[in-house]
Write a protein that binds this ligand. Structure first.
Ligand code: ATP
Length: 421
């Protein structure tokens, strides 16, 4: 029987990673003679969820087995053995879903909601009850939400990530890598791979810093290029590698304004607006400005980690028409991308005195402008060109600040792209 296994919430900031646990599970199942079909899927869910450890990822994979009970036993053993169960915020869940259209259709709707919205554990338990889905629930079992969603998510748009894992004796130690080889890989295989390094900010972004088992992750659209890139990387000894199909780099979390009824915290949007309050930098280097949208006034932010992207944002002035892409938290939209749709290039100013050349003053409402000194009069304001040091088009945060779900501009078929690499 074909069965989808979904798994989530096994790690903590102190260690582990659900993708690694899934790789171990796949190996253990194969050792028991279970057939694993195709690549596992790494599905990123709502990036604003407060319970997440890092990137709100969940994993699923398809197997063929005559023995669901054995499979459940193996998965239970793997979770008990490897997950961070002692951490208060780790609440694993595993689901075993028949490859059945009716169930998968219901899960597909649930999954889409899990990417864009908030879901309660009860909603997950309701689906589990309705379709009598065999499952394993540990502690609060919040992981059942991600587990179901990772099985159900459907999308025409997908990408790959090759994850390389460290030897267990190296977990927690500094990662040994030859940085230049990551830059070389990017030079050779970009744009079929992306977000490997950040040239401008001089950082390798494909290597995490935490206590988790991941050594690096190479993202891309073509697994031949991803594999070739990974072959030239010089690093500490690799324990395991696995290629995942993902919904990363797809913008799937962004709700277009036509589909939104209102703006809510913990949701992500694409919104049109007009700049009504010019950007200002606060201590720490964070930049804020306000736009008016069809839902009212909205504060937008380009935080310090978005680096040179802030320089673009700082060039906006009142009246500029923009489209903003990002997540709303604390009533502020955290920018991932920006489209400058129309720049203000003209402004009205008081006319100059034809005699002395100084700006004339307004003599009051419905009164002409006057030059006090020369006693000249003019009725109309003048229109002056504004020199803008920025152009219309799409701008994005650099790779070092990119969110897993954000679609890099190199993947977007839009004109006037300003790619930060
Ligand atoms: P890692 O990716 O490294 O495994 P993580 O960042 O994915 O860690 P988790 O430990 O999986 O974080 O915690 C996220 C929790 O939030 C999971 O229990 C998951 O089921 C739950 N969750 C995911 N999406 C939603 C959602 N839309 N609404 C409510 N809960 C969610």
């Amino acid at each position: 029987m074909k069965l989808w296994i979904g798994i989530d919430d096994t790690d903590s900031p102190k260690g582990m990673c659900t993708t690694y646990l899934a790789v171990i599970a796949i190996e253990e199942l194969q050792r028991e003679g279970v057939e694993v079909i195709g690549f596992p899927r790494l599905i990123r869910l709502n990036p604003t969820i407060p319970f997440k450890t890092r990137g709100n990822g969940a994993v699923s994979f398809l197997i063929d087995t005559p023995d669901t009970e054995l499979v459940m036993e193996v998965m239970d053993w793997v979770v008990q053995e490897y997950s961070e169960l002692s951490h208060e915020n780790t609440n694993p869940g595993v689901v075993f879903v028949k490859n059945d259209d009716e169930i998968l259709n219901a899960l597909s709707r649930f999954a889409f909601k899990a990417v864009r919205d908030l879901i309660s554990i009860d909603e997950a338990l309701f689906l589990i009850g309705r379709f009598m889905i065999p499952h394993l629930k540990y502690k609060k079992g919040r992981g059942l939400i991600g587990a179901l969603a990772s099985v159900g998510l459907e999308s025409d748009d997908f990408t790959y990530e090759l994850l390389a894992y460290r030897k267990p004796e190296n977990f927690g130690k500094k990662r040994e890598i030859v940085e230049e080889t990551f830059f070389k890989a990017d030079e050779l295989f970009y744009p079929k791979i992306w977000d490997t390094v950040d040239w401008h900010n001089k950082v390798v972004v494909s290597v995490p810093n935490g206590l988790d088992p991941v050594l690096y992750g190479i993202r891309g659209s073509d697994f031949f290029s991803i594999n070739r890139a990974s072959e030239i990387l010089e690093t500490e000894e690799i324990h395991k590698k696995m290629l995942f199909i993902t919904n990363q780099s797809t913008d799937m979390h962004l709700i277009p304004e036509e589909e939104a009824k209102e703006l809510r915290n913990y949701h992500s949007y694409i919104l049109s607006g007009i700049v009504v309050e010019e950007p200002e930098v606060i201590r720490g280097g964070h930049v804020f400005f306000r736009i008016s949208t069809k839902f009212g006034m909205l504060k937008c932010a380009a935080f310090e980690p978005t680096k040179q992207f802030r320089d673009v944002v700082l060039k906006l002035i009142k009246g500029d028409v923009v489209r903003v892409f990002g997540s709303v938290k604390k009533d502020t939209l955290n920018l991932e991308k920006l489209e400058i749709v129309n720049l203000v290039r003209k402004k009205e100013v008081n006319p100059r005195c034809p005699v002395c050349g100084k700006r004339m003053e307004s003599a009051g409402k419905n009164q002409p402008f006057r030059c006090k000194r020369c006693k000249t009069i003019a009725k109309e304001k003048e229109v002056e060109e504004i020199q803008r040091d920025v152009e219309e088009g799409f701008y994005e945060v650099p790779p070092c600040a990119r969110r897993h779900l954000s679609k890099p501009l190199i993947r977007m078929d839009v004109p006037k792209k300003h790619v930060f690499r």
